[in-house]
Design a protein around this ligand. Structure first.
Ligand SMILES: [Zn+2]
Length: 225
């Protein structure tokens, strides 16, 4: 039991931390967001809603200059102001934004947003155990090594989520009659749009590379045909 104590403490810490950050995130999002009201975008999200047998899909605007879509732990979908600015400037189409919304809907529908709580406390527990074991075997570099291993584990889990959300989005866009072309087109421009340069090494990146994501969607399409 005493040996398990540090693990239990780590799990408890992870849960408390997650609840606090989920609450803080929800509060920050409430304070900095408004419902999205754009007739052209609504026409496209209504097609997604019909494909899902839902009356409508509510999307919120998060006041942030970055280009991103996100799903809150409570299941709400957000697009950043930065993304909508690009849409209004004609650099991103309504169908391309719909592909982002579909991807975020995938994270919610597949339980990713809620499961991150478990991942987070799980990672903390693994970190504690690895640090104890590696710290004894390899004094000095044990902690460093434990952090790298946990980082790789977390990155692997979140890369898997991204592929699954892409797959959900591709299926939904196809069913809605929008098709996957806007999804692939946006992915191919995403690095340029967000100004991402010098991607991190593959084994530490939380997002798969865009060519890999486009290839995965194409592999799905050839399977669906
Ligand atoms: Zn994602």
């Amino acid at each position: 039991m005493l040996r398990l104590a540090p693990i239990l403490i780590a799990i408890a810490y992870g849960l408390v931390y997650w609840h606090f950050s989920a609450w803080r995130t929800a509060r920050d999002l409430d304070r900095t967001s408004t419902p999205l009201a754009d007739a052209r975008l609504k026409a496209v999200t209504d097609r997604l809603a019909r494909a899902l047998d839902l009356p409508q899909i509510r999307v919120h605007v998060h006041e942030s200059p970055v280009i991103n879509g996100l799903a809150a732990p409570d299941g709400r979908i957000f697009l950043t102001r930065g993304f909508l600015d690009r849409y209004e400037a004609g650099q991103v189409s309504a169908e391309e934004l719909a592909s982002v919304i579909a991807h975020e809907l995938g994270h919610v529908a597949l339980g990713h947003t809620r499961r991150r709580m478990i991942d987070f406390s799980g990672q903390n527990a693994v970190r504690v155990v690895l640090t104890a074991v590696l710290g004894r075997l390899l004094p000095g570099i044990g902690l460093w090594l434990a952090n790298i291993l946990v980082g790789m584990l977390a990155a692997g889990l979140s890369r898997k989520d991204e592929y699954e959300a892409d797959e959900y989005a591709a299926a939904l866009l196809t069913k809605a009659g929008i098709g996957t072309a806007p999804q692939k087109a946006l992915l191919q421009r995403l690095d340029t749009l967000t100004g991402a340069r010098g991607a991190p090494p593959v084994w530490l990146a939380s997002h798969p590379s865009t060519p890999d994501r486009v290839r995965a969607i194409e592999a799905l399409e050839s399977r669906w045909q």
